[in-house]
Design a protein. Structure first.
Length: 394
């Protein structure tokens, strides 16, 4: 048995490439705005998580440039040792105030935030209750923890209660982990019922707000603010690669818990810290989010337009109620074919096939920005309508 046998036998990607329908790793030759350039062609981007459209904002770009001038391009070490700059501390204080939490800890990526925090707080004798649709970084975190894992059906609070009931007499630390907005489905966790169950079964609550911060709530603080349940979530996680126009992530919670994670999260201690330009970009994005509430309003105006537009055309968008709007296709092959037609007609969207989604439930994942124009969105709907009829989806 050769270790690399699995590599030689993996032919799925090469088969799709040979068919001319391989959609991944496409090189973008411009900034990630509402339009992008690929192979010299301008395309409408509806496959980005740039919800507030801040990646090209002059203030964000200028802040990143100034940070490089002052601090250089990297920190040359981990936060634990020589890699903490004063702007890391400033960002954590700003985020704690914004999120209305005692303390925030920043990581170099969102994936590392979940991986590090979860594996730090869950011990081998503890129990995690996880939604089956939770992000891969959550799965990696609890796998590294060696704790006991109980998965419940997606956003199914009856099934969650079944899992909690089965462990009610177990003398163990317990944590419910869920996405706030689910990144493929575009639906929102039933947080009101979840926190009721957490109180009933004396279980802590951890919400991954990667797709919620800068999107949900009057001020963009995420799922808990959206439901009026701030103070009922023990730990919140957020990322900078979406609404905050950068890269990185954070965990927000009570000071004593955050301090514990700070000293036990391996992905923090053994990784280089976030580069100065990335941190400065987040600080500038936070300034804009707080000073320009119309961006959040425009994001939701565009979201409603596209939700209503797709439904009026006859597309199945599932339970989406956020700027993430999946277009249900079905078979993987049909999804790749639809993606290719969209791409050829100047639309950049993301095909999601198994195992990212259940087998036979492939989708075209679309997502929208505050900076999309009505003209761009009208063009998207026109092309989707024409091609959807052409391949028999509608």
């Amino acid at each position: 048995m050769d270790l690399f046998d699995k590599c030689y036998s993996f032919t799925r990607a090469r088969d799709v490439m040979a068919s001319g329908m391989y959609p991944y790793f496409r090189a973008i030759q411009s900034g990630p705005g509402s339009e992008v350039v690929i192979d010299g062609r301008r395309m409408i981007m509806i496959g980005s998580n740039n919800y507030l459209g801040l990646t090209g904002h002059p203030k964000v770009i200028e802040a990143a440039k100034k940070a490089i001038d002052k601090y250089g391009t990297g920190c040359t070490g981990s936060r634990y040792l020589n890699g903490t700059l004063d702007i890391h501390v400033e960002l954590e204080a700003r985020l704690a105030k914004f999120m209305k939490r005692e303390k925030v800890l920043c990581f170099t990526t969102g994936h590392q935030s979940n991986q590090g925090a979860i594996s730090a707080i869950i011990g081998k004798n503890d129990i995690v209750f996880s939604d089956r649709a939770d992000h891969a970084s959550i799965v990696d975190g609890y796998r590294l923890s060696f704790g006991k894992i109980k998965k419940y059906r997606h956003n199914d609070m009856k099934d969650l209660e079944r899992c909690l009931e089965s462990e009610k007499n177990t003398d163990a630390g317990k944590l419910i982990i869920t996405d706030g907005v689910f990144s493929m489905e575009g639906d929102i966790v039933n947080l009101p019922r979840l926190v009721e169950l957490a109180a009933k079964y004396k279980t802590r609550v951890y919400v991954d707000d990667a797709h919620s911060v800068g999107v949900l709530g009057k001020h963009g603080r995420g799922t808990a603010e959206h439901f009026g349940l701030e103070g009922k979530v023990d730990l919140s996680m957020g990322t900078f690669s979406k609404s905050f126009a950068s890269v990185g992530g954070f965990i927000a919670g009570d000071e004593i818990v955050i301090d514990y994670i700070k000293h036990f999260a391996r992905s923090l201690i053994f990784s280089a810290s976030p580069p100065p330009a990335s941190v400065a970009a987040v600080l500038a994005s936070l300034d804009i989010l707080e000073s320009e509430p119309e961006r959040l309003e425009n994001l939701w105006k565009n979201t409603r337009k596209m939700q209503e537009g797709y439904k009026s055309l006859g597309f199945n968008t599932g339970l989406s109620c956020t700027p993430i709007i999946p277009i249900k296709v079905g078979k993987d092959e049909a999804c790749f074919a639809f993606w290719k037609l969209l791409f050829e007609n100047g639309i950049f969207a993301n095909p999601a096939v198994s195992p990212a989604v259940p087998p036979g439930e492939a989708i075209i994942r679309t997502s929208y920005m505050a900076t999309h124009t009505d003209e761009e969105l009208d063009q998207v709907l026109e092309i989707f309508g024409k091609l959807g009829k052409q391949i028999g989806i509608i």
